[in-house]
Design a binder for this molecule. Structure first.
Ligand SMILES: C[C@@H](O)[C@H](N)C(=O)O
Ligand SMILES: C[C@@H](O)[C@H](N)C(=O)O
Lengths: 160, 160
C-alpha cells in the first residue's frame, strides 16, 4: 500500500476522562456509555487497553468536548458509585494531535516516526489511538503548537 | 450528521499485546514502536489509555497478526529490559469485531448500543478503539460469531 501522509490535524477542545478500577465483566462498558448517551454527551475517542486478565480491574478512557465537563463529571460520579469503581479523573489542559493519511497504521515505521518526533521535542504522550487513516495522540495543550510544527517538518508537509 | 451503520467486520488474525508498568515519559513509545518497526512488524491497533498522572507508570497495548508472535515476543523481551518495565503479556485467543459506518463515534448512542448488544450476549470486552468510521472491540475468539450475528440483527443489517 502506498503511504500518503496528507496532513496534521489538531483539536484543542478536549476533555480527557479516565475511569479506573472498573470491574472487567460484560455490561460495564454498556452502563458507562448508556449513561453518557442519556445525557446526549458527544464522544470523540473511546480507548480501553488494559491487561485484560479476566477478573482483574480495568481502566477505560474517553474524550469529549470541554463544554460537557460539568455533565460528564456528574455522570461519572453516578457510574463510579453504581460500579463500585475506584474512581475517575479528568483533565482539560490537553489537546489532540493527529497524523492523517491513507494506509497509516499498517506501515510499521509511520507510528514509530510520529512518536519519535514527539520524543525529540520532549512532548509526553498521554493517550494513543489509531485507525486506518489516522494516528492520534493526546498531549499537553501547551505543547500542541510545537507538536504540529515538528510533525509538519518531519513528514515533509511544509512544501507548498 | 446522518448516521449510516453500513456493516459489521471481524478479524480473527489478532495477537493482543499488553505492555505494563512502563515509564510515562517522552521517548518510551518511540523506543517500543521503533523496535517493532525495525523488525518490520505490521501493526493493526495501538491503544494507550491510562491514568496519565505524570510520573506514574503507564500501560500500552497493540495488536498485530498472529504470524509475528515469535518476533513480537523477542522484541518485547528486549524492550521490557531496556525500559525497566514491569512486563508484558500476549493473547492469541482473541478476535476483533467492528461496527462500520459514517459519523459513528459522534452519535452518543451508537457506541452504547454496540456495548449493550455485547453485554446482552455476555461477551466481555478486552479492548476498545474508535475512529470516525469504526468502533472496534477485542473479544474472546470463540465468541466472535455470536457477536457478529447479534450486531447484524441489532443494527438491522440482516435485510437484503
Ligand atoms: C471494562 C469493560 O469493557 C468490560 N470488560 C465490558 O465488557 O463491559
Ligand atoms: C507511555 C508513553 O506513551 C510515554 N508517555 C511517551 O510519551 O512515550
Amino acid at each position: 500500500k502506498d503511504l500518503v501522509v496528507c496532513g496534521v490535524a489538531h483539536d484543542m477542545n478536549v476533555l480527557k476522562v479516565n475511569l479506573y478500577g472498573i470491574p472487567d465483566q460484560p455490561g460495564v462498558a454498556d452502563l458507562i456509555f448508556s449513561s453518557l448517551a442519556n445525557e446526549k454527551i458527544n464522544l470523540d475517542m473511546i480507548i480501553q487497553s488494559g491487561r485484560g486478565t479476566p477478573g482483574e480491574k480495568q481502566n477505560l478512557s474517553f474524550t469529549t468536548g470541554k463544554d460537557d465537563a460539568w455533565k460528564v463529571k456528574s455522570v461519572m460520579n453516578a457510574v463510579v458509585k453504581e460500579l463500585g469503581a475506584e474512581g475517575f479523573d479528568t483533565r482539560d489542559d490537553v489537546a489532540k494531535i493527529s497524523l492523517v493519511g491513507a494506509g497509516m497504521i499498517t506501515r510499521p515505521g509511520v507510528a514509530a516516526n510520529m512518536f519519535h518526533v514527539l520524543a525529540d521535542n520532549n512532548i509526553n504522550i498521554h493517550m494513543i489511538s489509531t485507525s486506518e487513516i489516522k494516528i492520534s495522540c493526546i498531549v499537553d495543550a501547551d505543547r500542541i503548537k510545537d507538536a504540529a510544527i515538528a510533525l509538519h517538518t518531519a513528514f515533509g508537509l511544509d512544501r507548498d
